[in-house]
Write a protein that binds this ligand. Sequence first.
Ligand code: SF4
Ligand code: SF4
Length: 295
Amino acid sequence: MTEKDKTIEIRWHGRGGQGAVTSAELLALAAIEEGKFAQAFPSFGPERRGAPVLVFNRISNVNPIRARVSVTIPDIVVILDPGLLQITDVTSGLKKDGTLVINTPKALVDIKSELSGPWKLAAVNATVIAREMLGVPIVNTTMLGALIKATEIIELESLTEPLKERFGARAKGNIDACRKAYEETQIAELCDIVQKPREVLQAEVLPSWRELLPGCVVTEAGSAKQYRTGDWKSERPVWNHEKCIKCGICYLFCPEGCIGQNEDGYFEANLYYCKGCGICARECWTEAIKMVEEE
Ligand code: SF4
Ligand code: SF4
């Protein structure tokens, strides 16, 4: 079997609501338009908006694809949300000479020290591009441009029809975002520099629900406090005390119940649990809260 004949396996890391499933489906449709064989499917747990999500693609030039199992040794990994680096081992199983494509506000030279390995690394600030071209920080179609630039797995033009079919009148913004990411993606061919020791992930530190209460499927009241669900957010609220009149509306509307008053009477969010939904900023009638990108 030649290199050209082999099936390429892709693993997408995103969060619920970021459109990773749509990206993978669009990629598969575009590959099929080119006469290739392709599949796309997600791996869902009990996710909701903001929770980590895995999605998989397999694409082959010549062979029909029968495998339906998750991709554990990918040729390509695509990361839609840089915040996932803190909670997931995104490079797990990535093949030597594979490709890692990441949405990051960092310069390629900085991200290299975090994600070095025997693979090609491609980086783009897809969040900024998506905001500019679509008006929302939903980076799925933008990241398709970065993926194609880094891997040439399909032709960029092959995405046009699937995007038009999926997004109708909104297709142009998505096509433009995809093209801009294609142009702006930076690539480091081989990042096999000395790797920093891997940081311990949250999932490895916290007890699982089984450990919380062995033998019982019901955990004790309050045990959810142990899960730092704030790690899911891509934006966080910042208060401007000059505009705040301490009315408490933000406190009342926060769906996570994570806003409290400090000793000066100003309201602030507990960022361990804030999911960055932006409701507090929308409801604050003095515009004292601004959502800023999470670092
Ligand atoms: S809603 Fe706005 S003005 Fe009212 S307490 Fe919250 S931040 Fe301050
Ligand atoms: S963004 Fe505001 S409303 Fe949403 S979870 Fe955070 S503090 Fe609560």
